[in-house]
Design a protein around this ligand. Structure first.
Ligand code: ZN
Length: 66
C-alpha cells in the first residue's frame, strides 16, 4: 500500500473512482435488487452515493438515468 504517501487530492481522487465503480457494480437490476448483494437496499451503493454526494461528484453510471 502506498496510501500513506498520497496527497489529500490523490486520496480523494482514488476514493471517487472506487465509489463510482461501486455505484456501477451495485446498480439495481430490473427487479430492483442489487445484482451483487442480492438485496433491495444495498448498503454499498448507499455508502458510495453518500460519499459522491458529499464530494459533489456526479455519479450516475454512463447511460443511466435516475
Ligand atoms: Zn450491492
Amino acid at each position: 500500500m502506498t496510501g500513506a504517501y498520497l496527497s489529500a487530492a490523490q486520496l480523494r481522487s482514488r476514493m471517487v473512482l472506487a465509489a463510482r465503480w461501486i455505484v456501477a457494480e451495485h446498480w439495481p437490476a430490473d427487479d430492483g435488487r442489487c445484482p451483487v448483494c442480492r438485496v433491495p437496499d444495498c448498503l454499498a451503493i448507499a455508502s458510495a452515493h453518500a460519499y459522491l454526494d458529499a464530494t459533489g461528484t456526479p455519479h450516475l453510471p454512463r447511460g443511466r438515468r435516475s
